[in-house]
Design a protein around this ligand. Structure first.
Ligand SMILES: Cc1cc2nc3c(=O)[nH]c(=O)nc-3n(C[C@H](O)[C@H](O)[C@H](O)COP(=O)(O)O)c2cc1C
Ligand SMILES: [Mn+2]
Length: 437
């Protein structure tokens, strides 16, 4: 049972899927090594980071096989298992104490710059917290929310803090503003993979994502009460920053390299004030590169599950879905056993309707390996009838930060073979060997 980042590291050690870098590395050297490790599809733990008090881990999900281990299935079946578990909820439980509070540091006793938070890209404004799982409560209803938010280091106890208007958290922030209150925040760093995946989910606003984390694991998340904010955090996490946002207080933040691998320009954003740090004696810090495989996995896996459930509700025979072809969830592919000639177009419209950022969606037959982009291109080359299979829907809602109208149209592609012609369109196979008797 994986209840913590440490349990996950132990599993990866057992499988031999993680590299421990024992030589001392400089903060600025780390992003290049992270990219190399991503290419190699291996997790990496930097044990000694110059000038920092903790190790740093990256590439927790470099391939689907890692997810397969977490969901006890083949990598290609993760969507289905995730979709089944995601429907349920296993609420968290409160415990008296936990390792995340082995050390408690008050104001003046910590400097967040002592932790290995890195500058990810050449044009970034500076060092950022990029794997901070943010916990907050709705100031009116008390419903808890998990999310990811980038935080630019700005001093020993303050960071810039980015929320987008589509986030539940910003809704909470606006409510706090109306009430004239600060919004309390706990930033949890060094999480179990189930909590990370749950934090990336975007369920209905009244759903506590910690219940999803429990359902994904099959056992509840254990929480401890924070020391100085009215929030609870996973007892087995590594490091927690307790603090608050002051509504209306804004400062320039950025530039920052985003998930599309472009530079987001500087903009005004709120400030996170940190009053307390709690942690294990020897915390392990995580970072997530925007546009990395980790980022793609966290963004796409919950959306794959969501679309899978929608297509299933339309009685489609879906064999696999992949929204993580290119480390972002703007383009997706599904493989189906087609039952009706024009069915793929209906399914494409359902997918666009269910996830508004989805920009391109391709449907292929079940025999195409949608986890191999080459095979998807094979289907486009051999089975697509472009004049009837390509549809463009203009003037729709897409990804919001879009000055040039790149995301306002949807493209759907039905690259399935004509129905009832499988004799002509089945792929040839090598002769069976040894021959079947
Ligand atoms: C690694 C990572 C970093 C992210 N950074 C941000 C961010 O800085 N600001 C933001 O608004 N969303 C960011 N997101 C997206 C949201 O965290 C994500 O959509 C989340 O599910 C929103 O949850 P909520 O709507 O429940 O608040 C990030 C996602 C990931 C996976
Ligand atoms: Mn939410």
């Amino acid at each position: 049972m994986i209840n913590s980042l440490r349990d996950y590291i132990a599993l990866l050690d057992e499988l031999g899927w993680i590299d421990h870098i024992t030589d001392e590395v400089e903060l600025l050297q780390i992003p290049t090594i992270m990219k190399e490790q991503e290419q190699k599809r291996r997790t990496v733990l930097f044990e000694h980071v110059k000038g920092c008090r903790s190790p740093l881990i990256n590439n927790l999900f470099p391939s689907r096989d890692y997810l397969g281990r977490l969901f006890s299935c083949e990598g290609r079946d993760v969507t289905r298992v995730f979709a089944e578990r995601y429907e349920a909820s296993i609420p968290p439980v409160l415990v008296d104490s936990g390792p995340v509070q082995e050390v408690v540091l008050g104001k003046g006793e910590f400097d967040i710059r002592d932790f290995p938070f890195i500058q990810h890209n050449a044009g970034d404004a500076g060092r950022y917290i990029t794997a901070g799982m943010v916990i907050a409560k709705d100031p009116v209803t008390g419903v808890r929310n998990l999310s990811f938010n980038r935080m630019q280091l700005k001093g020993p106890d303050r960071t810039g803090f980015r929320m987008s208007p589509t986030q539940d958290l910003e809704n909470y922030y606006n409510k706090a503003k109306k009430l004239g209150q600060n919004l309390e925040i706990a930033v949890v760093i060094g999480n179990s993979p189930y909590e990370l995946l749950a934090a990336a989910c975007g369920p209905a606003r009244d759903v506590d994502e910690l219940g999803i984390a429990g359902a994904l694991r099959g056992a509840p998340v254990e929480l401890v009460k924070c020391k100085t904010v009215d929030l609870e955090v996973p007892a087995n996490a590594e490091l927690v920053l307790e603090g608050y946002l002051v509504p209306g207080e804004m400062e320039p933040e950025g530039p920052f390299g985003d998930f599309m691998e472009f530079k987001i320009q500087m903009m005004d954003n709120p400030i996170l004030h940190i009053q307390t740090v709690t942690m294990r004696k020897d915390p392990i810090v995580q970072c997530i590169g925007a546009g990395s495989k980790d980022d793609g996995t966290l963004l796409s896996t919950p959306r794959e599950a969501q679309i899978y459930n929608v297509l299933k509700a339309a009685n489609a025979d879906v064999t696999a879905i992949n929204l993580n072809l290119v480390n972002n969830y703007l383009t997706g592919v599904a493989a189906i056993r087609k039952q009706l000639e024009y069915e793929p177009k209906n399914l494409i419209m359902a997918a666009f309707g269910s996830f508004k950022f989805l920009k391109n969606f391709i449907i292929v037959d079940h025999d195409v390996d949608i986890f191999d982009p080459k095979d998807v291109f094979w289907a486009l080359s051999t089975r697509l009838r472009a004049e009837q299979g390509v549809m463009v829907v203009p003037h729709t809602v897409g990804f919001g930060r879009d000055d040039h109208g790149i995301h306002t149209a949807k493209m759907g592609i039905d690259a399935t073979a004509p129905l009832n012609c499988w004799d002509e369109f089945a792929r040839v196979q090598p002769p069976a060997w040894p021959p079947e008797s």
